[in-house]
Structure formats: C-alpha cells, structure tokens
Design a protein around this ligand. Structure first.
Ligand code: PMV
Length: 318
C-alpha cells in the first residue's frame, strides 16, 4: 500500500444545547453531535499535513505533530514513521468541537493502525487527555459527545446519560464571523468567579435549573419550552460576558424569524448560535445566507433506529 493510507478514523463535531461554562464547575449540560466530521488518514513516513493550520491553528494552537505523539504514547505506539492527513468537514474555532473531533478521529485511526479495540470509555478518556492540550482544564463535554455520538446529558466526572427526545429536534446552526479560543473564554469566566463568587455561582445555578427544565422538555417533546430555556440560558451567558454583539444579533434574528429559542453555543466570544425552529427554518437559513453567514439545518430524529445508541441519526443541509 505504498503512498496510500494505512489507517483511517473519523469523528463528528458537536453542539451544546444548554449548560456551557456552568458545566466546568460541575453543573449538568446537554449536547448532541453534528453530522459534519473530521477525518484523519495515516500513512507511513513523515508528518505532513497541509490542512493542519486550518484545523488546529484557529483554536488551541496544538501542532499536529505534538498531538500525534501524545495520542500515540497514550496507546503505547511509536508514531515517528507516520504521516497524517486531516480533512475537516467544519471550521475550527466556532464552538463546534473541532479539537475533540480531531482528537477522537486521530485516536480511532491509531487504534485501527495498531489493531487495538478501544471501548467508548477508554476512547473518551484518551480523548480527554488530548483535549487538555488544547483547552487546559476542559469539563470533558466535547470529547464525551463526540465519542458517544448521541444526544446526552453530561456532568463532569460522570458517565454520560443519553436523552431520549420525545419528538424530532429541528435545529439550525448559524456560524458567525469571529473565531475564538475556548481556553480564553473559560479563563475569563474563572476570573469573573474569583472577583464575584456569589453572583457567578448564582448564574451557574440558574443555568443548571434551565438544563433540568430543558431535559424534561426534550423528553416530553415540548419544543416551545426547550426554546424558552435556550433563550434564558443565552441571557445568562450574556450576563457572564461571553456573548458578543454578533452572537446577540444572530440569536435575536433567529427569534424574530420565528425560532422558538436561540442561544450561543460553546465557549462564546465569537463562534456560532444554535436555534430550535420547527416552523420557519428555511426562512431563517435563507435570511442568514443572504446576509453572508454560513448556516445549516440539523435534525435530530429520536425515532430512527439506533438514534440513542452509539451512532447519531441526522440529516443536514450543509
Ligand atoms: O469548546 P467549546 O467552545 O464548545 O466550549 C466547551 C464548553 C465550555 O463549557 C465553555 C468549556 C468546557 O470545558 O466545558
């Protein structure tokens, strides 16, 4: 197989529906995978990846060679003779989990290469150590969602709990024009908590209460209630200082066009907005495309076979 790939791995990105930032401090959050993936191919010979800058440069700035070495050593493999190619199906630095997807795809490719079978919890644990290279001290929600590939409730340090939604989830994702680094935003919130512990913890507790209400709404298939929880979660994130003029604009426009709820997703400070929009989704997507934003539909269908097992079932228009 000279010149061809010797092993491959792929992993999806993710969207946080509610609970970001509070999740770092032990509160629950809800997330689901997106269909867009990052794919890694391994070849014999030197590390060389033209797409490398696009994937790792915009977010945590971890050189691919370093990531490969860490991933290899966590599996007990010498990776000196491996060449890596990365193909990204979605942009980095947008809160869509590119670093987690890259880490998981790389680990899957290395496991394939070595003929090793990793359980989901092993893969998740290895991916978490790689995520720490990008983000310092992440909660683990990104790598967990990417590995388990389903709609889930996550609490730091606990196994994820899949959520069986009572109705299909018609979502839309709108990408802003400002990439950012999760690590910077998490640090900003940490400093704010140091300065105002009582207020910040009160905000986290309010987010946690919304996560509980949103989980009940998801199970009941109550999209209006889910939207209300998302709107309120956005306001609290705004008060924590992680929204931006652009993200507020994107969320407000989604609601104006009939979305039941809209909020920033991920660390904030730029990145993307997620909205639940059972009625006017085509209009919303068209509106943003006219304004020059990238936007795509994301359908989570709990009634498809296997939706709450290992693989997500989805459709997307990206
Ligand atoms: O990587 P992002 O931007 O999706 O953010 C992850 C969510 C945070 O709660 C902000 C950080 C974390 O580690 O949970």
């Amino acid at each position: 197989m000279a010149g061809g790939w010797v092993a491959r791995g792929a992993a999806p990105g993710k969207v946080i529906l509610l609970g970001e930032h509070a999740v770092v401090y032990g509160h629950p959050a809800i997330a689901l995978p997106i269909p867009q993936q990052i794919m890694v191919e391994l070849r014999q010979r030197q590390v060389r990846s033209p797409q490398l800058q696009g994937v790792t440069g915009a977010n945590g700035r971890v050189p691919l060679a370093q990531l490969l070495k860490h991933a290899g050593s966590s599996l007990g493999l010498n990776t000196d003779n491996l060449d890596v190619t990365v193909t990204a199906g979605f942009p980095a630095g947008m809160g869509l989990g590119s670093s987690a997807a890259l880490s998981v795809a790389l680990l899957r490719a290395l496991a394939h290469y070595a003929g090793v079978r990793l359980s989901l919890s092993e893969l998740c644990a290895h991916a978490f150590t790689l995520e720490c290279l990008f983000h310092g001290q992440p909660s683990g929600i990104d790598n967990t969602t990417v590995v388990y590939g389903t709609l889930l409730r996550f609490v730091r340090g606990w196994p994820p709990k899949p959520i069986t939604a009572g109705a299909p989830l018609p979502l839309a994702i709108v990408l802003g024009n400002q990439p950012r680094q999760t690590r910077v935003l998490v640090e900003r919130v940490r400093k704010q908590r140091e300065a105002c512990p009582r207020d910040t913890d009160r905000s986290f507790a309010a987010i946690a209460a919304l996560v509980e209400q949103a989980e009940a709404a998801l199970v009941a298939g109550d999209l209006a209630e889910l939207g209300r929880c998302m709107n309120e979660n956005h306001e609290i994130l705004r008060s924590l200082g992680v929204s931006t003029v652009e993200l507020d604009f994107l969320a407000t426009e989604c609601r104006r066009f009939g979305a039941y709820g809209a909020k920033l997703t991920g660390g904030g400070g730029g990145g993307a907005v997620v909205c639940v929009c059972p009625e006017q989704r085509e209009a919303i997507l068209r509106h943003y495309q006219i304004l020059g934003f990238r936007a795509f539909a994301l359908d989570w269908n709990p009634f498809e076979r296997g939706a709450n097992e290992r693989h997500a079932v989805w459709q997307s228009t990206l």
